[in-house]
Design a protein around this ligand. Structure first.
Ligand code: HEC
Ligand code: HEC
Ligand code: HEC
Ligand code: HEC
Ligand code: HEC
Length: 179
């Protein structure tokens, strides 16, 4: 093979990989740094500002797991139907119609995760809520948000800085948060 052909192949491969990298970055296939500020599109435009802000529905009415488990949990359709069932709140809204259609067909709504730690990190809501930490410390002013945003970096530094404060009396050895 002539040097020219080899050169052309090398250039093509380089350009190909470069465009792949650009594509991956633009399409969130590769995440650089942390996801602070992340706002995924949700299958239903669920407004926290209306529910938790204007109508002051308690966070724990929908996120029942926070006091007892790792997972705060996102409510299933029957919780929504307590208020959005037939002849109840805003029957004519197309967003509410999606919620009712899913419920009537036994389908779960595929909510997209906003805050997500790597699998190798142990995290549990319960001890934090028991220690009196408010949801806003880690999630920001959700009651004012139209769409939930990842409010903090959720980096190791974010966790450890708070654990280190003497008044928190929280452990900082590696096995606290890692398997
Ligand atoms: C000390 C920080 C902290 C506090 C306080 C906190 N959260 Fe979280 N929350 C997180 C982290 C970190 C995740 C991601 C967990 C994961 O990926 O496993 C999360 C995830 C969630 C989720 C997604 C579902 C799940 O459980 O993974 C919901 C809903 C949630 N939190 C609601 C709440 C509510 C409501 C409160 C207050 C009652 C609260 N959180 C308090 C850190 C916190
Ligand atoms: C305790 C009652 C209650 C529960 C439970 C409830 N909602 Fe609502 N929802 C309301 C009220 C009240 C409104 C606002 C109505 C208004 O201001 O016109 C509303 C508004 C909405 C809207 C905005 C509709 C629009 O077009 O503006 C959506 C979407 C919605 N709810 C989805 C849900 C989902 C999904 C769930 C379950 C996860 C849920 N709701 C649970 C009471 C509730
Ligand atoms: C009427 C039910 C309802 C109430 C009340 C409610 N939430 Fe939610 N929450 C949801 C639903 C449904 C989702 C999933 C869709 C989304 O992310 O917007 C969610 C998502 C979240 C998430 C993102 C979960 C993730 O994937 O990381 C956080 C954090 C959260 N809620 C915190 C709160 C806090 C804090 C309050 C009180 C100020 C609250 N929520 C009140 C229904 C509710
Ligand atoms: C705002 C302060 C604060 C932040 C931020 C925080 N924590 Fe905590 N954490 C605490 C407190 C307080 C406790 C409870 C200590 C006690 O009373 O046992 C705790 C307890 C824990 C425990 C249980 C420890 C045990 O074995 O009892 C784990 C695991 C944990 N945190 C992981 C994390 C992770 C992972 C993050 C970051 C995503 C995080 N924490 C962020 C304050 C915080
Ligand atoms: C309070 C919770 C907490 C404690 C204690 C903790 N970590 Fe972490 N660690 C995290 C979280 C959350 C992440 C994921 C976010 C990140 O990469 O910063 C992480 C990530 C890591 C990573 C991966 C970093 C990367 O960039 O991929 C390593 C390695 C690590 N921790 C080692 C340690 C060691 C060693 C200790 C003990 C000296 C320790 N951690 C103590 C919460 C903790």
């Amino acid at each position: 093979m002539s040097k020219n052909v080899i050169g052309a192949v090398v250039v093509c491969v380089l350009l190909g990989s470069l465009s792949l990298v650009v594509w991956a970055l633009n399409n969130n296939k590769v995440v650089i740094g942390y996801n602070k500020g992340y706002v995924p599109d949700q299958p239903v435009n669920f407004p926290h500002d209306t529910h938790a802000g204007k109508y002051k529905i308690d966070c724990k009415y929908c996120h029942t797991g926070t006091e007892v488990s790792r997972h705060a949990s996102v409510p299933s359709g029957n919780v929504c139907m307590n208020c959005h069932g037939p002849a109840l709140v805003q029957n004519d809204s197309p967003e509410i119609q999606k919620v009712r259609d899913a419920f009537n067909n036994g389908r779960a709504i595929a909510w997209q995760k906003v805050n997500l730690l790597p699998d190798y990190v142990k995290f549990n809501h319960a001890p934090h809520i028991k220690a009196g930490k408010d949801c806003t410390v880690c999630h920001g002013p959700v009651a004012e948000m139209k769409k939930v945003v990842q409010h903090e970096s959720l980096s190791m530094g974010f966790c450890v800085n708070c654990h280190r404060q003497p008044e928190n009396n929280a452990p900082t050895n590696c096995s606290t948060c890692h398997y």
